[in-house]
Design a protein around this ligand. Structure first.
Ligand code: NCD
Length: 328
């Protein structure tokens, strides 16, 4: 695989292999020196045309833990604000020599354009394109479910996962439905009719308008952010009405089986799709998802860029030992 553009690019065995690789790489986070020499001398560019906190930092941490050089580009403060196109920006990066480009863009399809245009020669990873896809988020979510509910091995066969909220604008939902169904999970989307996309009946999942009815049969409940910045119309009467029908509060938590986990990709609208005490409860995996994101992105970079042995020890200089003469 040269690029990771869609969660649908991953077949069952490849997806499980990425999760297994992430599981091995996660152990590095427990070491005092969190670094492997694997991608030494490689350059990874974070090309972010849209705001991001955790995804950009997560990719940066992942690339650095594998010893790659990381260049962070954000559209704000760059020549993009002077009107420079995606093509010219890409060709500039190419001219500087980059091995992989991690791209986030408000236009659905921008990473595909970058990967298939011939503007750049390196690997392209989709870090979120418009309302389309966010495959590494789906991988870290699957990794978190597998760790919490399947002992960190195998696939997610039979797991009942409910995604709740603004499915229409959610690239996280789209990528999760694709990946989770590949891994054998049974996915249900719960949303008001106005926030379900046209054609959702062709997706590999069930749909419902009734959250209370769906919660008792869920092993995982993933709350989606209401994406006001992408809304050009009124999709529900009031915030209060939305929370009352589709928000996860303490009372609704009581409808869930004992073992059920609560997820959210962040950033959260606390008090809207999720109550603050639910977000901070013992069932919530929200902080764990962030931690797992680094391991999963390390695995993706490692597999795409074809690194050396994962088990190789950290380089001498990284563990503070004197570097032998002649070693670069
Ligand atoms: C998501 C995104 O940007 O698509 N966040 C993330 O990457 N963690 C979800 C969102 O913005 O609601």
């Amino acid at each position: 695989m040269k690029h990771l553009l869609s969660a649908g690019d991953l077949d069952h065995d490849t997806a499980v292999h990425v999760l297994d690789t992430a599981e091995r790489l996660a152990r590095i986070a427990d070491r005092p020196v969190k670094k492997l020499p694997t991608l030494r001398g490689r350059t990874v560019v974070n090309l972010f045309f849209e705001d991001s906190t955790r995804t950009r930092i997560s990719f940066e941490a992942a690339a650095k833990r594998l010893s790659a050089d990381v260049i962070n580009f954000s559209a704000k403060g760059s020549s993009v604000s002077k009107g420079e196109s995606l093509k010219d920006t890409a060709m500039t990066l190419e001219a500087m020599g980059t091995d992989a480009v991690i791209v986030r863009h408000s236009c659905s399809g921008a990473p595909h354009r970058l990967a298939n245009s011939g503007w750049i020669g390196g690997h392209v990873v989709n870090a979120g394109d418009g309302t389309h896809e966010h495959p590494t988020q789906a991988l870290l979510d699957a990794f978190t479910m597998r760790r919490r509910l399947r002992g960190g091995v195998g696939d997610l066969a039979g797991l009942r996962v409910t995604l709740v909220g603004d499915v229409l604008h959610s690239r996280v939902a789209r990528s999760n439905v694709l990946l989770l169904s590949t891994l054998g999970a049974a996915v249900t989307l719960v949303a008001p009719p106005t926030l379900l996309p046209v054609g959702v009946e062709t997706w590999p999942c069930a749909t419902s308008y009734d959250l209370d009815e769906t919660l008792p049969g869920s092993d995982v409940v993933m709350m989606l952010r209401v994406q006001s910045e992408r809304m050009n119309a009124s999709f529900f009467p009031t915030t209060r009405e939305y929370s009352r029908r589709y928000g996860l509060d303490r009372a609704r938590l009581g409808l869930l089986p004992e073992h059920t986990i609560v997820m959210h990709p962040g950033p959260m609208n606390r008090g809207m799709e999720i109550a603050p005490d639910v977000a901070d409860s013992a069932r919530s995996t929200i902080v764990e998802q962030v931690t797992n994101g680094v391991s999963v992105r390390m695995a993706v970079l490692y597999l795409l860029l074809g690194g050396a042995d994962i088990g190789a020890p950290a380089p001498a200089e990284a563990i503070g030992e004197p570097v032998p003469a002649g070693v670069a």
